[in-house]
Design a protein around this ligand. Sequence first.
Ligand code: SF4
Ligand code: SF4
Length: 199
Amino acid sequence: MEKKKDFRFECIRCGKCCTDKNTLVNLTYLDILRIKNGLNLDLKEVLEIVGFYIYEKKLTTKELNRMVISPLETERGPAFIGLIKDKRGFCCFYDEKNSKCLIYALRPLFCRTFPFSFTYSSNEEIKEIELFYTEKGKQYCPGIGSEAPIINLDDWIELGNKTIKELNKNYIFIAKWNKSVKNRQIIPSIKTFLLNILN
Ligand code: SF4
Ligand code: SF4
């Protein structure tokens, strides 16, 4: 892990994280709710922007434990929830002409935190946030680099705290849904899942 003083980053708005074919723009249920309320969308419109990406191969417990957002059980198998992308991999909210995000104030956690990810330190006594560059960030984000300014660590730690809290809430929400599916208490349809969030 990098030393704190080594974090250099400034977004140059290149749009790579919004247009990379292999980057899933993850959504928590709270992201969906914020976008739905902010844009005043109905269920049909939410279905047009939220994608359920089915994971083809069977996931190992190790892989599942490493995931920041666990997959959702659906009628078609475990799925990852993310913003819909076009065939090229461009996010549905990316304004190509002006190279900007059409829902900047409502953008998901994933976009707010890119190219960083957060974890609590392994020191049990001090619950401290640690941040690190994501693999995708290191792969293609030109905002990271020795020429970039040193980040304001306090701001990022504050965002990290909010992010971890939201991810925990999301984890509980998904775990509850998956348990109900396993116990055959609900039909795992995507529509039912969204109605659960929206209501
Ligand atoms: S890839 Fe990095 S520099 Fe480019 S828009 Fe995303 S965060 Fe900003
Ligand atoms: S929501 Fe906005 S910031 Fe996030 S990937 Fe889409 S266009 Fe980019």
